[in-house]
Design a protein around this ligand. Structure first.
Ligand code: CP
Length: 350
């Protein structure tokens, strides 16, 4: 398999990669997954490599899939909590001995290891939408090793890769004629990220799916991502339709991706500070937006429910959906975080 041009690259957002490059990383991940089932060892792929994993926010899937994944490839993952090491800061935000400039942190970690992975979003950047990816890009500017985005406010490319792997396992490489229903749902807190929606629709649009995206009118996605999805549809076929009725996403769907996410118009930079109470009031106008049996019965009989997890049961999805015949793909999606990220690491870490 040709992986030329990928070694040493940062993995910050999927739009930095061609469809063929994404395809290559998925194929490598799928091969590693197939080998995993027969316990074939792959610890010669990244022997003795160190991955530094810097988590500003909590994680179950991302931390454990990266830690297990780098180990299975022969390397080692270090878990770093920024507030335990000293807060990495941008120029102008230094806090004396309590912080350390990102330019310095990135160069020091580069001298000791082989890749730096970072998760930073939400309240850790005071909900400033663009700031989290700016911080990850600042690490990439100074690091001499690949930098991996483990989720920021805008992108969750590792989740997108696992979603793509899951869709590919169900349908093969060509998604032509597959209806992908994507929808916002109600949620009880004004904190859930929008990045998984972005990357799910982006990868589905790379391979020709017919996407119907349902959301209340106030719940727009990032226009840059929407433009990228439309550009993919122009290039690779399929379609992208937006609706204000959740049923439109579910009717006849092969997959229903249903999750709550924050209202971008109630967060900086649109507002001067986050508006959590306004957001809860807005969400509560749409309390019936839930992926329940009634909605899933509108989809094809073989339809699957998808969500990046963790999900809010009873708000985003009913127990009967997640624990019933519709929920299988959701747990494959979680498992595929391991295999997809192994594909990414095997391709980009020198
Ligand atoms: N989907 C996902 O990123 O899960 P974690 O927050 O548990 O890492």
């Amino acid at each position: 398999m040709i992986t030329e041009g990928l070694k040493g690259r940062d993995f910050i957002n999927l739009r930095d990669f061609t469809r063929e490059e994404i395809d290559t990383m998925i194929e490598v991940g799928l091969q590693l997954k197939a080998d995993n089932t027969i316990r074939r060892r792959h610890d010669d792929i990244l022997p003795l490599r160190t991955l530094f994993m810097m988590f500003f926010n909590p994680s179950l899937r991302t931390r454990n899939s990266f830690e297990a994944g780098i180990f299975q490839l022969g390397g080692h993952g270090h878990f770093l909590q920024p507030d335990a090491t000293r807060l990495p800061t941008l120029e102008g935000e230094d806090q004396g001995y309590g912080s350390e400039r990102i330019s310095d942190v990135a160069r020091v970690l580069s001298s000791m290891g082989d890749a730096i992975a970072i998760r930073i979003l939400g309240d850790k950047v005071n909900w400033e939408y663009e700031k989290s990816q700016k911080i990850i890009k600042e690490f990439a500017k100074w690091a001499e090793v690949p930098v991996i985005n483990m989720e920021d406010n805008k992108d969750h490319p590792c989740q997108g890769m696992a979603d793509l792997m899951t869709l590919r396992e169900m349908w093969g490489r060509d998604f032509t004629g597959r209806k992908v229903g994507v929808t916002w749902t109600w949620g009880s807190s004004p904190k859930k990220p929008i990045a998984p929606h972005h990357d799910f629709m982006y990868v589905a649009s790379l391979f020709g799916a017919d996407i119907t995206f349902a959301r209340p009118k106030e719940m727009r996605i990032d226009p840059e991502i929407e433009a990228a999805i439309k550009a993919n549809v122009e290039l690779y076929g399929g379609s992208y339709t937006v609706s204000e009725d959740m049923n439109d996403a579910c009717e006849g769907a092969d997959v229903v991706y249903a999750k709550n996410y924050v209202a971008l118009d109630l967060l900086p930079p649109v507002t001067s500070k986050p508006q959590p109470e306004e957001m809860v009031k807005l969400f509560d106008k749409y309390k019936n937006w839930i992926a329940d049996e009634k909605r899933m019965n509108l989809a094809k009989p073989t339809a699957q429910y998808m969500h990046c997890l963790p999900c809010e049961r009873g708000a985003e999805v009913s127990d009967a959906v997640l624990d019933g015949k519709w929920g299988t793909a959701c747990f494959h999606e979680a498992e595929n975080r391991l295999h997809a990220q192994k594909g990414v690491m095997a391709c980009i870490i020198p």
